[in-house]
Design a protein around this ligand. Structure first.
Ligand code: NAG
Ligand code: NAG
Ligand code: NAG
Ligand code: NAG
Ligand code: NAG
Ligand code: NAG
Length: 553
């Protein structure tokens, strides 16, 4: 009788889960500490999460609730951000200095967010100061719920590969260099999942593949400065997804992965059963930095990898042409990068064009980077929280930059840089890069359609060459030197969203801004309230809580 009751109860609770659509929860407790490792052979300070470098992977499925309790055991304030996770109605979980008060040393704070139907590959990283230069990053993958089909067969296994350039100096030493007005200079090496690889071929394998089977490799550039090329000796890489969108499945021998970007490939173990090198090397640099890692065939005779590494492509043109081969798979039902439905984005009228030009300048003898003449600084009171408490005017001014950049590029000011965008409007953003180095722009809160990248300067006539049909919806886009990129999106996610150069030095020295998207009704339909557990700091500390958003509004 008791057993019957138990079965009944559990049946009922299953039913209620189904009926109420209660989405599953994944809980994580992360202890953030310093440690000492020698990724390039020299002992240095790194940031560990539960002792791991890179940090633990978050493996979740669409609609999962992710709860991460972060214990900051560093000697500095700390935050994590979830690069590419859209945080619908929920910029409270962005974990940036413009949206959140930092987690003070010796304290903890719990992030709580729900991932939606953005099935694909992402990463998280520490967002304050130069912390990212010390690690603290890790992979984050969103799998499809069983109901939603994915346009390829289940791979045998799923591997996360975080590649990035790397400095042997500590994050505080790097910060000191930038604070003193100097530039970081060249990185010291490249890492693949925290390792640089020895050239003698005697490394332990990072991954193994069973002959004949197909694997998914998710490759993200978590570095600070350089675009990287990724390739696997002797193996084709079939691109299936990038930053949450399923692509037309083209085959590549190598892929340029710019700062902040993620790609996933299917790789089949269809070669002689031995070891092979995976290679990540810097692009567009005078001296090339390279890292390798071993991929081994299981059950093979285990021959060593050939020391002849596959060559990287040369030049910008190759990279631009590769970008132009990316196409969104319009018939794949799985990917819904924009749940609000701008599938026919090419037919929506543009309501506003914002042109953003990145510049480098010297201010009071110190190097700063700017967007349209403004070098962003984070006020002590986070922008979003000041706005919520109704004291934005005490903390920052909206729209200090215009939609057109100023004509003089060497005069800049330092202040918080916040644009006001009208909720639900369809906006075109042009990123124009007059500098000699490649740029990589990231937008939080959305995925966008990158409709063109071209050399030269932008003008309205260039719109006739846009890809208005099947651009791959994503969150980070490269802009080559003396070139521009155009993106389009509907600003339908209320919140305070960061636009940043994914190059950490540029970001830290002001090349970023926020876009405030407010729903005119303070309505829970459009945006969540400030969570109860939010940390408060600056001017809002001790202020009475503002009236919450309401359901009916
Ligand atoms: C975090 O790690 C440090 C160093 O290992 C340890 O002293 C501390 O107790 C840990 N804290 C938690 C909350 O696990
Ligand atoms: C990740 O999650 C998926 C779906 O829940 C599961 O099938 C898979 O085994 C998990 N992979 C790892 C490496 O935990
Ligand atoms: C800190 O961690 C404890 C559990 O150890 C938890 O109960 C508490 O809610 C956490 N505090 C915050 C602000 O997240
Ligand atoms: C696009 O997705 C569909 C549906 O899953 C799949 O059958 C098709 O092969 C994919 N097309 C390409 C070109 O990759
Ligand atoms: C877009 O603009 C054109 C020209 O102004 C107008 O005719 C058309 O109706 C608009 N389309 C939509 C969907 O609003
Ligand atoms: C922002 O734009 C909205 C919509 O155009 C407008 O109603 C609002 O007054 C603007 N806010 C500020 C602070 O400029």
């Amino acid at each position: 009788m008791r057993r019957v009751t138990l079965v009944l109860v559990s049946l009922l609770s299953c039913l209620s889960v189904l009926v109420r659509g209660e989405d599953p929860y994944l809980f994580f407790t992360w202890n953030v500490t310093y440690g000492t490792l020698s990724p390039l052979g020299v002992p240095q300070q790194v940031i560990l999460i539960n002792g791991e470098f890179p940090g633990p992977k978050i493996n979740c499925s669409s609609n999962n609730n992710i709860v991460v309790n972060v214990f900051n055991n560093l000697d500095e304030p700390f935050l994590f951000t979830w690069n590419g996770i859209q945080q619908r109605k929920n910029s409270w979980q962005e974990g940036l200095p413009g949206t959140n008060c930092p987690i003070l040393p010796g304290t903890n704070y719990t992030y709580h967010f729900q991932v939606k139907d953005q099935i694909g590959s992402y990463f998280y990283y520490p967002s304050m100061g130069m912390h990212k230069a010390a690690g603290g990053f890790g992979g984050l993958r969103v799998n499809s719920r069983l109901l939603i089909p994915v346009p390829f067969a289940d791979p045998e296994d799923d591997y996360t590969i975080l590649i990035g350039d790397w400095y042997t100096k500590s994050h505080s030493a790097l910060k000191k260099i930038l604070d003193s007005g100097r530039t970081l200079g060249r990185p010291d090496g490249v890492l693949i999942n925290g390792k640089s690889g020895k050239p003698d071929g005697n490394d332990e394998p990072m991954f193994t593949m069973i002959p004949g089977k197909t694997y998914r490799y998710r490759v993200c550039n978590v570095g600070l400065k350089n675009s990287l090329n990724f390739r696997i000796q002797g193996h084709d890489m079939k691109l299936v997804e990038l930053e949450g969108s399923h692509t037309v499945q083209n085959v590549y021998q190598s892929m340029d992965v710019h700062l902040g970007q993620c790609y996933s490939f299917l790789v089949t173990a269809d070669q002689e059963a031995k070891d092979y090198y995976m290679v990540a090397s810097t692009r567009f640099t005078k001296s090339v930095l390279t890292a390798t890692a071993i991929m081994r065939y299981a059950n093979g005779k285990g021959g060593p990898a050939s020391p002849a590494l596959p060559e990287a492509p040369a030049g910008w043109a190759w990279s631009l042409n590769q970008f132009r081969t990316f196409r969104w798979n319009l018939t794949a039902s799985a990917a819904r990068p924009n749940p609000q439905g701008s599938y026919h984005y090419g037919q929506i009228n543009i309501t506003r064009t914002i042109k953003l030009v990145n510049t480098a300048a010297t201010l009071d003898g110190k190097l700063r980077y700017a967007v349209n003449g403004v070098s962003h600084v984070d006020p002590e009171t986070p922008l979003k929280i000041a706005e919520y408490y109704g004291i934005a005017d005490k903390v920052f001014k909206y729209d200090i930059i215009k939609d057109e950049p100023p004509t003089s590029e060497d005069k800049i000011t330092m202040e918080p840089n916040v644009l006001n965008a009208t909720f639900r409007t369809f906006i075109e953003i042009i990123f124009e890069n007059h500098e000699k180095s490649v740029q990589s722009w990231h937008l939080d809160g959305y995925s966008f359609f990158p409709v063109a990248i071209e050399p030269g300067t932008w003008s309205p006539e260039k719109r006739k060459n846009y890809n208005l049909l099947d651009a791959v919806s994503r969150h980070t886009i490269q802009v080559y030197p003396k070139s521009w990129a155009a993106i389009m999106l509907t600003f339908d996610n209320a919140g305070m969203w960061n636009v940043r150069s994914a190059a950490l030095e540029r970001q830290y020295l002001g090349q970023q801004l926020y876009i405030s998207v407010l729903s005119p009704a303070r309505s829970l339909r459009d945006e969540y309230n400030l969570p109860d557990n939010s940390l408060l700091c600056g001017l809002v500390k001790g202020m009475p809580m503002p009236p919450p958003y309401s359901i009916g509004a």
